[in-house]
Design a protein around this ligand. Sequence first.
Ligand code: PMP
Length: 426
Amino acid sequence: MTIIHQGFSQRAGWAGDQPISYLMHKALANPELISLAAGFVDQDTLPVDLMRQAVDSLLSDRKRGQAALQYGTTVGHAPLREIALNRWREADGEPECERGIGLDQVLITAGSNELLHLLGDTLCDPGDIILVASPCYFVYLGLATNLGIRTIGVEADEQGMIPESLEDTLRQLNNIGDLPRVKAIYLTDYFNNPSTESLALERRGPIVETAKRWSRSFPIRVIEDAAYRELRYKVDDIPSLRSFDEEGDTVVVAQTFSKSFSPGIRVGFGILPPDLVAPCGAQKGNIDFGAPNFTQCVLAEVFNLGLFEEHLGNLRRGYEAKLNAMVEACDEHLAPLDGVSFTRPGGGLYVWLTLPHEVNTSAASPLFERAMDEGMIYVPGEYCYAVEGAPIAHNQIRLSFGVQSQKRIREGIAALARAVVFFICF
Ligand code: PMP
């Protein structure tokens, strides 16, 4: 629903409700409904005991406790920034200071969503363009629209954004004179939300190189949303897009502790090219002087006490079991149906389902109603497509396995299959 009111800003008019709010409303209205819609993390794995331990430890030292309860700095708690940067470097196999990422390039934000918003605000004027891998994290599409940014979908396949399609899109935009409006390319390059693929290693260099080659008077940035990098269960990690940016002026990393630890603490971070540090920091300062200091200090304490990695290991094992339950249920109930396919991801929180072309999955479709009658709710895939660029598919579904028990996951998939069958057979 778009809000239009005479006394409101233009921007308020551009902002629609996130489509997920409608689904959450439906799910809340009927607690019996098995929601495979919301991308929530597993409630049972949220680290209550670890947090208690870290809070106790922090507050047991009065001075440190007081410092944590004071305003922090705009850029964030220095020890946590260092931890975040070192973990990122380590994951990329980079010895400290290789490629010269400095601590001053790390900005802590209230979740990575805030960083994505800050970047949009810092880079784009209304009417500017961000290219997105298609399909795309639907919250990002809403966030961009809210800022007046045009998002244009670039085709992707099971290996992520296709470099040749990126090249074609940029060439076409150049031909019509719109290249100067292209500010960034956004992609979730690990276990994409919604379609679950990771950007293939051999595409990473070419994507960064393409962005650089089409850059004219300013760099076209590549926004690397690595939200699910840590949630890998069946595959090895691969180097980040950032690690292919030799000059360090193109790739902006957006990372979060929401998935690997807790979304409720609202701690994410960015690794910014040097020229973005001051403008993004200034934006952030004008908004809130910095992300909540207390949760940053507690999280740093979790690391200091050596509690983080074991927790992450437990999370990975728990999610792998849930992913297996969902894929097994899809194998049992959906795979036998003609024209139905689904992904078997190595990580993340989702399975991406494709139905025969003629089966519409939208929230207004008979299938959606039928699925709710059968007892489950899903995210219609069409939410995840930009209105411009790569074609919008109407026959897909995002299924989340994060929040439900294995039993409910199996029941939810069986319910969905009962609904789907009706539209395939009749
Ligand atoms: N990016 C992606 C792809 C996500 O799925 C999410 C959360 N659903 C986020 C960013 C934002 O997470 P947060 O703001 O909690 O860090």
